[in-house]
Design a protein around this ligand. Structure first.
Ligand SMILES: [Zn+2]
Ligand SMILES: [Zn+2]
Length: 288
């Protein structure tokens, strides 16, 4: 498992690698533009070259790009749909340029409208954005299930992939906090096994491509997206150890999006704690 953190690329794309190295990461995730603005960052070939060079010299083996939260690919407003599509295509092209593992996107929100219609609209946007990139996979992230957000269940993720034309580049990013908040009990090996047996059969096991690892401030089925620091939420150290040692996750990048102790994001201590809990979970599974 490539454990790492969401980090900032401010000051230059390559600075994200530097921040990952400082934290002892094996994987990093970045936003490709300001989370609060539609305007894309523009990069030149020199930025990509410097980024690839820094990455090659580091222990970081996977870079994930998170599309910003402004996007709503499922919107019924054509202006929002167009902006979302362009931003997603832009993120995917950046992914091609830097050899990213994937672009992660929250599938969108139906707001108060019909869910099936919203899934169909989102699927069309995914297919259209993918048609503008060559290689970079697009991972749909499961959500905590607040409001009309799409992707609260494996069933919805499967429907979204189907609506996107079942493109081979469409995959799934599973977030531990969101799974738990949307009602999946994942705190014991048996419980997590049951969730994945059923869920991966729905989306196709080969589509599971990346992970977000966050503890949850709010209880099972709360439908609220409140990340807690590793071991400090409802999953606790034991629940975290279970998720981090899941055999089907072992080859995947797994990035933390926690606030960290001083609220500046996942720091080295958070990463080290996650790595230690993975070892603890592996040892517990071996004892049976
Ligand atoms: Zn996440
Ligand atoms: Zn979240």
């Amino acid at each position: 498992m490539l454990i790492g953190a969401h980090v900032s690329p401010s000051g230059g794309l390559w600075r994200a690698i530097e921040r990952g190295v400082e934290r002892g990461c094996r994987a990093i995730q970045i936003f490709n533009q300001s989370p609060r603005a539609w305007r894309p960052n523009t990069y030149v070939e020199e930025d990509f070259a410097r980024f690839r060079e820094a990455m090659a010299a580091s222990d970081i083996d996977a870079v994930m790009i998170h599309a910003v939260y402004l996007l709503n690919c499922a919107s019924d407003d054509p202006v929002i749909v167009q902006k979302s599509r362009d931003a997603l295509a832009n993120a995917l092209r950046l992914g091609d340029a830097i050899g990213a593992h994937c672009v992660v996107v929250h599938p969108g929100s139906a707001k108060t409208g019909d869910v099936d219609d919203a899934i169909a609209r989102a699927g069309r946007v995914f297919a259209s954005a993918l048609s503008e990139a060559e290689r970079c996979p697009l991972h749909l992230e499961n959500t905590a299930g607040a409001g009309g957000t799409l992707g609260r269940s494996f069933e919805e993720l499967a429907a979204l992939i189907e609506a996107g034309g079942a493109d081979a580049r469409l995959g799934v990013c599973l977030d531990s906090c969101h799974l738990f908040a949307s009602g999946y009990e994942i705190r014991t090996p048996d419980a997590l096994t049951a969730v994945l047996d059923d869920g991966l059969a729905q989306v196709g096991p080969e589509r599971l491509g990346s992970l977000h690892f966050n503890d949850s401030q709010t209880p099972l089925g709360s439908n609220r997206d409140r990340h807690a620091n590793v071991g400090e939420g409802e999953l606790g150290d034991d629940g975290c150890a279970v998720f981090l040692s899941e055999p089907r996750f072992q080859d995947l990048p797994c990035v933390l999006e926690t606030r960290g102790v001083d609220h500046s994001g996942p720091d080295r201590k958070q990463i080290e704690r996650a790595m230690a809990l993975r070892e603890r979970g592996l040892a517990a599974r071996q004892r049976g």
